[in-house]
Design a protein around this ligand. Structure first.
Ligand code: F6R
Length: 614
């Protein structure tokens, strides 16, 4: 959730910290702050609201110093006020902390500190950390040793950055359990920390990722690592391939719009190198270690993912059952982790996550693993916790996704799941070479078809402007388009704040029909697939009750115009890859409704990108 950055070197830290926060604003945007070390003391600036308020505060009262930390907040404990904004400082304002996560035992830790005379100035859970550090530093400890004394006492989830004028010239960064990433970025005579790659890409692509229970000591010229029980640690340096342009808006009004338009290219990247030329077999890289024998023996697959990734999981179930004949179920990670799930011998869990840091998804992976399952992660962010927690990893290869609402990661998930289902089917003998060839040809044609849908943006914008005033929306889908209905509704509600529900058409009579009237537009996904007639019947039922129908149909479907008030058309493709095409007009529709309503599309209220707290 919250974004953290840090810089230590010889340049002026403040613009670098603010620039880094700008790249991470999607992680939290209710307040922000920076702390810079100068002349044996710390200077702090914090501001409630969006990052621009901090920029104004810094312009009014400039800071200088070449060591600092910065934070952009998504509030958990304490309202989004300046007082609760990070960094938090100790009583003497000589040590500062930034934190992502929740310290669950903060009240127990705080009581004795207050009794001992520590003065707390915020309502946050975070502030206890800096007062605990104050006591350790008062004994003459180095910052890292103070951190090693304090951090094991914290329960919950925390990714932290610390600086202290008592031990100048360094940042200590640490990660306790799964509270989102901490990345150390290596420069020349300068080093960085950040919770996410986009904050670093302008400066370096050479990085190390902190795992849970690890700490980094970062100075301008050296970086060393320890485990939280104090043992020295050697960590690999990785060079990431994402380029800085990928994390910039490149002329688009919003990241969301850019990412929607990037989908043809992103899908080509997802497909790249995944089919062996000589055999036509789907292959993944060395991160998938499952043997063909293990694939043949798979008794059952459970797919997990939150929000949009959960909708991809629903499509994945459909694909795997159809192409590989393996029974699948889909679970919500936050439910799965707490309900004592039964894992059968040899079972595979497929965890789907763009960020690789969603705390419930990680917990579901650990739960499944502890019960004996093999865990495969479908993930976008290289080096994220999910890549470490999984036995096998399939990357989305879609580049950084910055907008809070997911678009290109969703279509990349669908394409990866499609490839994975073919991969399973090829090894289990349920997909023969001719069928493989057809299926793969359709996947390689998908970027061109998405391009054609993107070309209809002016029409979708006009549609959005006609309906932007509605109070409620219903999205109907059946079969493989049921998850598309759920995703269309989620995109609309999270971006536009209009109430929207997605439902399976067959469920209408079981309650939803009571909602239908002329005020609630119904978006029906009515593609020429095996359930076309069924969805057309659902549309008729809506219209019989004065409902307004916007149909999403194939561009050669002449019949549909007679059933619907509005028709959005997409090209024909095979049923199994079609969810990755059908969702695109719904993304554009949601984007333009939200933009027309004047909402901040990239940073919807109350949401944040990587959900690193429960
Ligand atoms: C909705 C959205 C969220 C995420 C969910 C999981 O547009 O982006 O529903 O899909 O928070 O995130 P990841 O995929 O990072 O685990």
């Amino acid at each position: 959730m919250c974004g953290i950055v840090g810089y230590v070197g010889s340049r002026d830290a403040t613009p670098l910290l603010v620039g880094g926060l700008r790249r991470l604003e999607y992680r939290g945007y209710d307040s922000a702050g920076v702390a810079v070390q100068q002349n044996g003391k710390l200077e702090i600036r914090r501001a409630e609201g969006k990052l621009d308020n901090l920029v104004t505060a810094v312009a009014q009262h400039p800071l200088s110093g070449s060591v600092g930390i910065g934070h952009t907040r998504w509030a958990t404990h304490g309202r989004p006020t300046e007082q609760n904004a990070h960094p938090h400082v100790d009583c003497g304002a000589v040590t500062a902390v930034i934190h992502n996560g929740i310290i669950e035992n903060f009240a127990d830790l705080k009581a004795p500190l207050v009794a001992a005379g520590h003065r707390f100035t915020s309502e946050t859970d975070t502030e206890v950390v800096v007062h605990l550090l104050e006591d350790e530093l008062a004994k003459g400890a180095l910052l890292e040793d103070a951190a090693l004394a304090v951090l094991p006492r914290l329960e919950g989830a925390a990714a932290l950055g610390l600086i202290s004028a008592k031990d100048p010239g360094k940042i200590v960064a640490a990660r306790i359990s799964n509270a989102g990433g901490v990345i150390v970025g290596y420069g020349q005579g300068e080093n960085f920390i950040a919770s996410d790659m986009p904050a670093l890409l302008e400066h370096t692509r050479s990085v190390s990722f902190l795992g849970a229970g690890e700490l980094a000591i970062v100075t301008a010229t050296a970086v060393s690592f320890r485990t939280l029980d104090g043992k020295p640690l050697t960590k690999e340096r990785t060079t990431v391939t994402w380029d800085p342009v990928a994390a910039a808006k490149s002329g688009y009004r919003h990241f969301m719009l850019k990412e929607i338009h990037e989908q043809p290219r992103a899908i080509s990247d997802t497909l790249l190198g995944r089919v062996e030329r000589t055999t036509g077999r789907v292959v993944f890289d060395e991160n998938v270690r499952m043997t063909d024998d293990q694939v043949r023996a798979l008794p059952r697959i459970t797919l997990v993912g939150c929000g949009t990734a959960g909708h991809a999981a629903l499509v994945g179930k459909y694909l795997i059952e159809r192409l590989a004949g393996i029974p699948c179920d889909v679970e919500i990670p936050s439910e799965y982790r707490y309900r004592e799930p039964v894992v059968t011998n040899g079972q595979l869990i497929v965890a789907i996550t763009q960020s690789g840091e969603t705390v419930d998804t990680l917990a579901a992976m650990h739960e499944a693993k502890a019960r004996g399952a093999r865990v495969l992660a479908l993930v976008n962010v290289v080096g994220s916790e999910a890549t470490r927690a999984a036995d096998d990893v399939i990357y989305l290869h879609t580049g950084p996704e910055i907008a809070v609402a997911s678009s290109k990661a969703y279509t990349a998930m669908l394409v990866d799941l499609y490839l994975f289902a073919i991969y399973l089917g090829q090894r289990r003998g349920t997909v023969d070479p001719e069928r493989s060839r057809q299926l793969l040809a359709e996947a390689f044609h998908l970027p061109t078809l998405i391009d054609a849908v993107l070309g209809q943006e002016p029409k979708l914008k006009a549609l959005a402007y006609r309906y932007h005033g509605a109070r409620d929306f219903l999205f109907l889908g059946r079969g493989i388009q049921y998850p598309t209905a759920l995703e269309g509704a989620l995109k609309l509600k999270e971006l536009s704040y209009i109430h929207a529900e997605g439902t399976a058409g067959g469920e209408m009579k079981h309650g939803i029909n009571a909602l239908i009237d002329e005020h609630m537009p119904v978006v029906a996904i009515a593609l020429r697939d095996p359930v076309y007639r069924k969805i057309v019947s659902n549309i008729a039922e809506v219209r019989a009750r004065a409902g307004v129908v916007i149909a999403l149909a194939h561009d050669d479907d002449e019949e549909i115009a007679g059933h619907a008030d509005e028709v959005v058309r997409i090209p024909r493709t095979n049923e199994l890859i079609s969810p990755a095409l059908a969702v695109v007009p719904l993304q554009l529709f949601a984007y333009h409704v939200a933009d027309r309503r004047g909402n901040d599309v990239d940073q919807p209220r109350n949401l944040a990108k990587a959900v690193t707290v429960e």
